[in-house]
Design a protein. Structure first.
Ligand code: GLN
Length: 302
């Protein structure tokens, strides 16, 4: 069978099985079968598939029809222009999370200028709940003088993060730390960032089958109002930030306002950034209040 025909058939099967974007999904699975880049695939549509290629494609299609995400079938997901290894131990990096990376880079570049003028070093950053390590690695690749602590409570997730740190040659600048939220951090940092689980329990059942059946519940479920981890992280933040430090958090749809209110209890300047779909997605806090610094040192929350 010709590649073009196999693509048509595969897409039709996917569409009939209720898979969205069937044409694109079919292309991904075929390219995985043929181990081809996009341009190679498009110029090779009249080529013939071998029997073993056809069998492999069939196997991939069977998996995708069970709603297994193609990122878990292909074991790859692009994030911030880099390729990451992924499997069912970690959440698949989402395009909207690139905003978090972008905002950190903007912030760091303005601070690095200051540091460099003083002949200083790069910054210390912490990515809390790193999962696949996508955020930490994207930052490390783009900030060759900074060190990024990456924490996760899931040992399995840290195994995947390690694969990605090595893949991108940043393992020496991305220490992987196991533990709950900020507790494993060995020292205060300049910037804390996190894409924590924020889906309210009541909404877990409404998630797409791809997410609900295959992605780790631990990486999605944020308790009754979705803010269980975000709330705890904000309360722990001031104690683990250097003076002048900043906090940047990804939030779910409809959560930005209430999270901004929480951040405002500890930080003077609070900013909400919207993603490409116009959804308020990242909440940032800068300028820790004196009171927070003092209570942070005393380990109090108020
Ligand atoms: N954005 C993810 C989703 O809606 C949730 C990720 C998270 O909880 N941090 O599927």
């Amino acid at each position: 069978m010709k590649v073009g025909q196999a693509w048509k058939d595969a897409s039709a099967k996917l569409a009939a099985g209720g898979i969205e974007d069937a044409l694109m999904e079919g292309e991904l699975l075929l390219r995985q079968t043929l181990k081809m880049e996009r341009s190679e695939f498009y110029s090779g549509l009249s080529g013939e598939l071998t029997t073993s290629e056809l069998n492999r494609l069939k196997e991939f299609l069977t998996q995708r029809l069970t709603h297994k995400p193609s990122a878990y079938i292909r074991h790859v997901k692009e994030f911030y222009g880099l390729e990451f290894y992924v499997d069912e131990r970690v959440l698949i990096p989402r395009p909207e999370t690139e905003l978090l990376v972008e905002k950190v880079l903007e912030m760091v570049h303005s601070r690095l200028t200051l540091r460099q003028a003083q002949g200083g070093e790069g910054l210390l950053i912490a990515d809390i709940g790193t999962g696949s390590g996508a955020i930490a690695v994207a930052l490390a690749v783009n900030l060759p003088r900074s060190r990024i602590f990456a924490t996760d409570i899931s040992g399995e997730a840290l195994e995947v993060a390690e694969i990605n740190c090595r893949k991108h040659g940043v393992a020496d600048r991305v220490p992987l730390l196991s533990g709950d939220l900020l507790t494993p951090l060995p020292q205060p940092v300049d910037i804390i960032i996190a894409n924590l689980p924020y889906v309210p329990d009541s909404e877990l059942l409404n998630l797409a089958p791809e997410v609900r059946w295959y992605e780790p519940r631990l990486a999605l479920s944020g308790g009754p109002d979705g803010l269980e981890y975000i709330r705890r992280l904000i309360d722990q933040g001031p104690a683990k930030l250097k003076p002048g430090g900043a906090l940047l958090l990804e939030v779910g749809m409809g959560q930005a306002e209430v999270v901004a209110g929480m951040v405002h209890r500890y930080f003077l300047d609070v900013t909400v950034y919207s993603d490409l779909a116009g959804i308020p997605r990242v909440v940032g806090g800068e300028g820790i209040t004196q009171m927070s610094l003092i209570s942070g040192c005393l380990n109090l929350t108020f």
